[in-house]
Design a protein around this ligand. Structure first.
Ligand code: XUL
Ligand code: CO
Length: 439
């Protein structure tokens, strides 16, 4: 197989003082930290769609880059994409990848023709996986691009479209199982609505639950042992995406008793919902639904899903604190659902982008561990809630104290303002900076 990114070397760790643009400064894949190699803590994944398919188009302009990688006919192009992807993962020491069904194979005129292409490409990818040891973090189905899904897939008003989506997801799960995927993602592409003037929201949500149940049960039936994830997003493409944020999705999953679903939290989706990335991770964690991460960032001044590579170390640190609190990744990982800007159109740009994102998360991880080691923040939080460890706090938690007891307690104690301490936010922000800039 000829080298596709011939001008780009294998990216090595050179330490924080390196100025080599094709080197890692913080990500040292085989360095043992906290009992295992960094690569196993971070579980970086390449997104097939942005990396090997997206060519820089936007609403105002055509492609600025060519992702055919020298391929000629459709199948050949998809094989070259796979070759390029595996070379890129090798050069960047990325162990995992994620894809939509339509990223890895061309679409045929009929579902059976499309499925035949998928089978051929799945075999091809399986052989590359065997050769390189790379693994599938998760698969998914693209049920939003084709015009049949213009009003949604599982939430389409049309039963035929629901049936088509079910058939498509069935196949996508089969391919995921065949490639040993440790996860399967449902991002509600066009599962939402524009106006209640034409929408039966109750039926649409019931149907979405039906699709999730039917397809996930099928996955278990054919031996899928990984995690099912829902990926929340508040808007875009529809005005009201049903999977608005982590809390909304958890309410939905609870209502429909879809107990085994976890969440795939995306940074830019969190900010579009008016939350921080860390908030969404914390909501998933405290509900036992933390699963995987789509790593990227938005732009403070833009209100859409810009899918930029993450470079903000505060953000990656706060996210990695949450990952550590959740006990780290099991089946999940850090998938770069991120793309280079339209103007960054060369292969080198893709490598610069991954290096920056991987280093930002590696540094965030190191800082999060150093903060845990330092202990100031954890101790502050523990002390702040210490009144729940004795006296009236314990009686409230255990259920021993009645409302009458609480009234009697307050009547005898008098004003409680003296029990209230400072939140010390500015001090804690300074602790964070001290640790970050002392590494
Ligand atoms: C869209 C998005 C998707 C999902 C997978 O905003 O994040 O790429 O991650 O369908
Ligand atoms: Co995503």
């Amino acid at each position: 197989m000829s080298e596709i990114f011939a001008s780009i070397p294998k990216i090595k760790y050179e330490g924080k003082n390196s100025r080599n643009p094709f080197a890692f400064r913080f990500y040292n894949p085989d360095e043992i930290i906290d009992g295992k190699p960094m690569r196993e803590h971070l579980k970086f994944a390449m997104s097939y769609w942005h990396t090997l398919c997206a060519e820089g188009t936007d609403m105002f302009g055509r492609a600025t880059s060519d992702k055919s990688f020298g391929g000629k006919d459709p199948l050949d192009i998809y094989k070259k994409k796979a070759d390029a992807g595996f070379e890129l993962m090798d050069k960047l020491s990325i162990d995992y990848f994620c894809f939509h069904d339509r990223d890895i194979a061309p679409e045929g005129a009929t579902l059976s023709e499309t499925n035949a292409y998928l089978d051929e490409m799945a075999d091809y990818i399986a052989s590359l996986m065997k050769k390189t040891g790379k693994k599938l973090l998760w698969g998914t189905a693209n049920c939003f691009n084709h015009p049949r899904y213009m009003h949604g897939a599982g939430t389409s008003p049309y039963a035929d479209v629901f049936a088509y989506a079910a058939a498509q997801i069935k196949k996508a799960i089969e391919v995921t199982v065949k490639l040993g995927g440790s996860g399967y993602v449902y991002w509600g592409g066009r599962e939402g609505y524009e106006t209640l003037l034409n929408t039966d929201m109750g039926l649409e949500l019931d149907n979405m639950a039906r699709l999730l149940r039917m397809t996930s049960e099928y996955g278990r039936k054919i031996g899928f042992k990984g995690d099912f994830y829902i990926e929340p997003k508040p808007k875009e493409p529809t005005k009201h995406q049903y999977d608005f944020d982590a809390a909304t999705v958890i309410g939905f999953l609870t209502k429909y008793k879809l107990d085994e679903f976890k969440l795939n939290i995306e940074a830019n989706h969190a900010t579009l919902a008016g939350h921080t990335f860390a908030h969404e991770l914390a909501v998933a964690r405290i509900n036992g639904r933390f699963g995987s991460i789509d790593a990227n960032r938005g732009d403070m001044l833009l209100g859409w899903d810009t899918d930029q590579f993450p470079t903000d170390v505060y953000d990656t640190t706060l996210a990695m604190i949450e990952v550590l609190r959740a006990g780290g990744f099991t089946n999940g990982g850090l998938n770069f659902d991120a793309k280079t800007r339209r103007g960054s159109f060369t292969p080198e740009d893709i490598f610069h982008a991954y290096i920056s994102g991987m280093d930002a998360f590696a540094l965030g991880f190191r800082v999060a561990l150093a903060l845990r080691e330092d202990g100031t923040i954890d101790k502050f939080i523990a002390d702040r809630y210490s009144s729940w460890k004795s006296g009236i706090g314990v009686d409230i938690i255990s259920g021993k104290a009645t409302i009458e007891d609480l009234e009697a307690y307050v009547l005898s104690k008098g004003e409680v303002l003296d029990s209230v301490g400072s939140g010390r936010q500015e001090y804690l922000e300074n602790v964070l900076n001290s640790v970050l800039f002392n590494l």
